[in-house]
Design a protein around this ligand. Sequence first.
Ligand code: C2O
Ligand code: CU
Ligand code: CU
Length: 457
Amino acid sequence: RTDATTDTYAITQRLARLRILPGLETEAWTYGGSYPGPTLVSRAGRRTVVTHRNELPQPVAVHLHGGHTPHESDGHPTDLILPVGWEMRHPYGMSDMNGTGVTTLGERTYTYPLDQRAATLWYHDHRMGFTGPSAYRGLAGFHLVHDDEEEALPLPRGERDIPLMITDRSFAADGSFHYPALDPAWGTPGVTHHWMEGVLGDTILVNGAPWPVLDVQRLRYRLRVLNASNSRIYKLELDPQPPGGDALVQIGSDGGLLERPVRHDALALAPAERFDLVVDFARYRPGTQVRLVNRLGSGTTAEAMRFDVSGAARTPADETAVPARLSTVERLDPRRAAVTRTFHFQRSEGVGWTINGMAYQPGRAIATPKLGTTEVWRIVSDFHHPVHVHLNPFQVVARDGQAPGPYDAGWKDTVDVLPGQSAEFAVRFTDYPGRFLLHCHNLEHEDMAMMADFVTR
Ligand code: C2O
Ligand code: CU
Ligand code: CU
């Protein structure tokens, strides 16, 4: 629904039986009966209001990832929607919540001002301690924000602007999702859980389908790639490469358009990161099968999908282009930061995955940034930790004291800090006082408490 100032959506979260594998049904937790959930579309600066009704058997919390959203609608892990028909109990089954969350029964309305640039956002479950299994069972969808600046560019659009949600899953013999932490052995003392480092699946799904094939014309396509996997990191490449390489022309990042396109042969992609790409299939001969391969995978995880290039000898006229200049990206100046904070993302003996040695505790603020100021956050990492900040995007300014890496351009909200590495980013907190999250977006790390609140004021 739409009126002069607001776009309105209503989503029912419910169980659905989906056909993902041939001949089998998979029971999924869905936004509105599909996986991924419906793609929501908003206009920058126009309010979008989404009412979620929870008909699932478990509490949920909905987070708009990449949204510049006030605390009340940010989907904090302690702000739960209890299922329809439950009784109101608060705090829900957890003793350490300090009454910090706001729980609602059956429904909740999230208001997104979306006062931000055009970008590829996504929404997903964020329930405390259960984000991994909830997302794994299907609770994720795209939310695209458009604006005038982006629409004035001659980029591919419509049918040739395609969001691609890449995930890995495992299935039991009956077709159900196999999430190992839901095994009865979970929590058994003395049993070593190999998924401590994160849950990996053996089947790659793109937009919910295993290894799909997309027929493409010999034209440019915009591919908005999102790694929505719980913990898998990909290195994606087109195989074969077109003559001359540089097949993947990056035009945008988590937070929208880059200033200038960046050309890649391969793309490293950690959980929650988005890369907005343009691929020109006119660079291939008619009839070529182009596989999107994963150089970090093997066997069934070595390929994500395939593009079958039209066999027609004549290429239709392509009215699109990738301009040399896409946008203006203001540079945050790290030397003008009000404060530099260091966060150690590490495994701590006897605690688990921690930030500065602490497991998550709602209500304890790890930082209290002042609105209107820029801060530098330095992340020191002992593993691959895709570090995510709610509320405001950031700019990577250094890795190990050197220049940022090839995938760090533009406004980011998630950055993969490599094992043994440190990374620094500059973040400006603009508006909305309240409690927000800093966490690892490896969802198993997150669920095992690698998360912290920060409070803006
Ligand atoms: Cu996509 Cu706090 O997460
Ligand atoms: Cu987020
Ligand atoms: Cu992590």
